[in-house]
Each structure stands twice: as C-alpha cells, then as structure tokens.
Write a protein that binds this ligand. Sequence first.
Ligand SMILES: [Zn+2]
Length: 327
Amino acid sequence: MKPSCKSRRRRRVSTAWGRLTCGPLAGWLLLAACALTPLGPAGAASPEKIPAAASILPLGDFLTRIGGELVQVTVLIPPGASPHVYEPSPAAVAGAARARVLVYVGAGLDPWVSRLVARRGPNDPGVVQATAGLPLIAEVQSHGHDHHKGKGATHRHDQGNPHIWLDPVLAQDICRRIAAALMAVDPEHRETYQANLSRYLAELEALHREIEAAVATFRLREFVSFHPAFTYFARRYGLTEAGVIEAAPGREPTPGQLRRLVATIRRSGVKAVFAEPQLSPRAAEALAREAGVKVLLLDPLGGRPPYGSNYLQLMRHNLAVMQQALQ
Ligand SMILES: [Zn+2]
C-alpha cells in the first residue's frame, strides 16, 4: 500500500519509489535517485569497481570524492527522505550487505545499518561509523530523537546528537576514516585514494574558512532550528541554537513550547525560523506566523537543486540561508 503524501511524514515507507512519487520535485528526485543509487544488486555495478554504500547523501558524496572512478556508490536514504522517518526496504539493506565499504552515521540515526554491521563483525576494515570515537553533544532527555514511532515502545536513543557531518571540520575526520577503509579493502590503489583525500580535505578546509569568515560578519548569533541538526555547526562557528521547533522530527511543539519559542525569537531579533525540506514545515509555519517572521529552508541532507548531492555546495547554500536570517 502506498502512503499518501499527507501521511508520509510519520510512516515508514517500504520502497524508495513510494516516497518519491510524492511532491513537486518528484520527477527530479526520481532522476537523482537513478543517478545516485544504482539500484539493486551489486551485479548492476561494473565488475571492476568497488561496491560501496552510505546511509545518507553527504556520506555518499564523501565516498564518491575519495573513491573517485574506483568505486560504485549506493546511497540508502533517497533524496527527499529523512533518516528520522524513513527506513530503506529490507532488499535495499540486503544490497548494501554486499558493499565492501559501508559508511553510516551511527548514534541511533541509521539503526538498520547498525544491524547489518553487527552481522559483518566488529573488525571489518571496510565499515566506517562516522560518529565512532567522537565526543557527541548530549541530547537533553526530552530532546531525544524518536525513531520508531508507533512501533511498540518508543526508541529514544541517548547516544548523543548524531548530526556531526554538518560540521566541516568533523567532516574531514570522517573523510580520513573513509580513505583508510578504501585503502584497507583495495590496497592496490592506495595512492589514488590518498591523493583524492588530500584534494578533498583542502576543499573542506577552504569551506570551513569561508564559513568562519562569513559568520564573523553576522549581526545576530542566535537561531531557531527546526530539529537539532545544526548543533555541531553552531558550536563550531560560535552560534547558539536558541530554540528548537521539534525536539524530535514529527513531535510538534505544545502551546507552551510555542509561546516560549515566540519569546525567544522576539528577544533574539532573528528575522526567520528554519524548516527542512525533508520534514513537514507545518510547525515552523505556525511559529513564524505567531512571531511575525519568515520561514527559510536549511537542508541537513542535500539531494535537491541547486546543490544536488554535492556536500560543499549544500553547505554554501545553508550558509547563505543563515546569512539571510542572521545578518
Ligand atoms: Zn536529524
């Protein structure tokens, strides 16, 4: 059964196609999904390429940059979907089991990959958990992400905020570990991976410096985010996430929380609140109306025009959006 567009936010969809047939961008997303996710068994990939998989688009882009022509990258969460409310089909996950390099976020964001990883054993050199070994920002108990709504007991992870890829400095660390995994499974092409890594690290460093310089010119330092996705970004660049509209995606604010958010907006002077393209903007729109500010879209995942799956372009786009709200 296909979910309607209205109910998709809280429903886990069994196929990418069910989700992608919703919304005005459907056609574009469908094309993007075809380009990004050579669907189906690894047999579809050219035999000489290393099959690799990532749970979300930014990690898929890192893999593609470092692996270059040598890898065939599959991304499990399609463009337009959020890992908070979408789970890939068992067939898609099984396809990823054949990936020789597998990159995922961890910390409860993509638990369906964790299960796959558990089957591969703890010492598989091709597995990269992006959050592993990083000191994660704790999520306040009431701010935990609920991942499995309506599926018996609520699974609220207390493993920390998982959105580390939105900090371009932590992204460099993730890329180093992706390169190490590629070198471990394909030592013959070590030098290529090392060269690709060096080039991409320089680009990430340039991005970091650019954001630093731009944020230094912001008139305001506080912002109200849709869900706590830009917490690491804020910490890196000296901004404050003064309020969060939905502590967990899909959990709309109570009237009391809404009143406090309106007060925060008035006090901080922000000209906009943020929504995200993968989640319903309803709560952000209600808050914006109440507070008399605009709604702007910040995108933690990518997969839309004009940046597509390009992480560097995605982050520059997000920077420009923040600039509109805080300058
Ligand atoms: Zn999130």
